[in-house]
Design a protein around this ligand. Structure first.
Ligand code: GDP
Ligand code: IMO
Ligand code: MG
Length: 411
């Protein structure tokens, strides 16, 4: 029996999932996207060279097989641009890109329809494509194959769109990306002893069911989505790893979604600058806040996390003090569970534990022992609040920048 692990975001996205997936992918045979589309922007930095991936799994740099599951929504033009960009960097996906026949397509009308939505979506056609999926009016990858054989099954409008995609596939057949039954491929691989790694996009706080609707994306970004979005059953999953920054960010329009621990303007600008907190997909500045243990504990629960990677420790270097929000207060009561709706969340006030910061740069540290005492205390406090082991802390964007902690959880 093989090994199956899942990586998910614990906050509102951009936690550094791409970096953790790239790290874990060194040992994986398959890396699988199971939900979302090119609203995702996952960064991998190798020897100072940064690549942002919107579709292709962050395993691309490890020579493993990259898979797009049925839960993904696919814009073939964008996918092609990304394949070309990788080829220019010397990363070929030839014969190692598999696409589910059941993945839904993002059409140009979808992109247009999502441009000006009120919550500040990424404008990539995500919600319209999923809307069509659930209205049962969507077009899937398999329809591109079927259109010429079963012309009568498609209306004129759908037919012309599908034929355009068909031409696209023929034009790019040299890439040999294969359209397959992803469930069968992955289950056969697991039976043959392979390691399958699932790469979540977006995050728990943006999950259509477990985030604050409507300030969410349109898919299940939480661990269960790996099963429905690929056709691999829950009994096959060994571990689920969460990724969380040591602070929090959120990107949307005009502060539409709740961010209870939002920092004051001066601190936020400092963190935006130091942490380069500008959207990998949209370029918009990300709002920043202090570590929110209430949201992160919610993520531990709804994903059934085995362990957590804490990212961007170096961004907090040099601060006089750092804060962790342990719970909220609402009408004189302590709130320890993430409220189910955005209206309640907005009324909650954060209650902080404030602790001394550290002046030493953590960027050059290689072991937990080398970290300043205050940073160690901060990490240990987060770990005790979450109740699951911290696997590693990252201290720089580059692939090599991480500090192992409970790495045995990964085995
Ligand atoms: P994802 O969407 O979860 O994959 O994350 P993004 O790639 O959108 O955003 C994470 C950003 O933080 C990227 O620019 C990464 O290169 C960067 N990053 C990841 N880990 C670290 C770290 O430990 N320190 C610093 N300074 N940057 C990091
Ligand atoms: P990664 O995978 C951060 C946000 C958008 C918007 C909301 C809905 O890089 O973590 P959508 O276009 O999905 O309908 O937008 O979700 N959003 C993200 N924020 N990181 C992402 O992906 C995001 N994908 C969507 O800003 O508020
Ligand atoms: Mg991102």
């Amino acid at each position: 029996m093989g090994k199956v692990n899942v990586v998910v975001g614990m906050q509102y996205g951009d936690e550094g999932k791409g970096k953790l997936v790239d790290f874990l992918a060194a040992k994986a045979d398959y890396v699988v996207r199971f939900q979302g589309g090119n609203n995702a922007g996952h960064t991998v930095v190798i020897n100072g060279q940064s690549t942002i991936l919107h579709f292709i799994p962050s395993g691309a740099f490890n020579d493993n097989i990259c898979v797009m599951g049925n839960g993904v929504v696919l814009d073939l033009d964008v996918l092609q641009t990304e394949i070309n960009m990788l080829e220019e960097k010397g990363v070929s996906l030839k014969d190692r890109l598999l696409i589910s026949e059941n993945a839904h397509l993002i059409l140009s009308d979808d992109v247009e329809d999502s441009m000006n939505d009120k919550i500040g979506s990424t404008g990539k056609g995500i919600a319209p494509s999923y809307t069509n999926k659930y209205a049962k009016t969507g077009l899937r990858v398999r329809d591109i194959i079927n259109v010429e054989n079963d012309l009568d099954d498609f209306d004129v409008n759908a037919r012309s769109k599908l034929l355009k995609f068909k031409k696209f596939l023929l034009d790019h057949s040299y890439l040999k990306f294969q359209i397959v039954n992803v469930s069968k491929v992955l289950n056969d691989a697991i039976d043959a002893g392979k390691y399958v790694l699932f790469e979540g996009a977006q995050a728990t706080g943006l999950d259509i069911d477990h985030g604050h609707y409507p300030f969410v994306t349109s898919s299940n970004c939480t661990a269960g989505g790996a099963c429905t979005g690929s056709g691999v059953g829950p009994t096959k999953i060994n571990n689920v790893f969460g990724v969380s920054k040591v602070y929090i960010t959120r990107v949307d329009r005009d502060g539409a979604g709740p961010l209870t621990t939002q920092m004051d303007k001066t601190m936020m600008e400092k963190i935006q600058k130091k942490g380069h907190e500008y959207g990998a997909t949209t370029g918009r500045p990300r709002r920043c806040g202090w570590y929110d243990a209430v949201l992160n504990k919610h993520a531990v629960r709804v994903n059934g996390l085995s362990g957590v990677a804490l990212t961007k420790l170096d961004v907090l270097d040099g601060l006089d003090e750092v804060k962790i929000c342990t719970h909220y207060e609402l009408n004189g009561e302590n709130i320890t569970d993430y409220p189910a709706d955005a209206i309640t969340q907005r009324r909650c006030k954060p209650v902080y534990e404030t602790m001394p910061g550290w002046s030493k740069d953590t960027g050059e540290c290689k072991t937990f022992e080398e970290l300043p005492a205050e940073a160690k205390f901060f990490i240990k406090r987060i770990e005790s609040l979450l109740g699951v082991p911290v696997i590693m802390v990252t201290n720089g964007a580059d692939r090599e920048k991480y500090i192992p902690i409970n790495m045995d959880v990964l085995e």
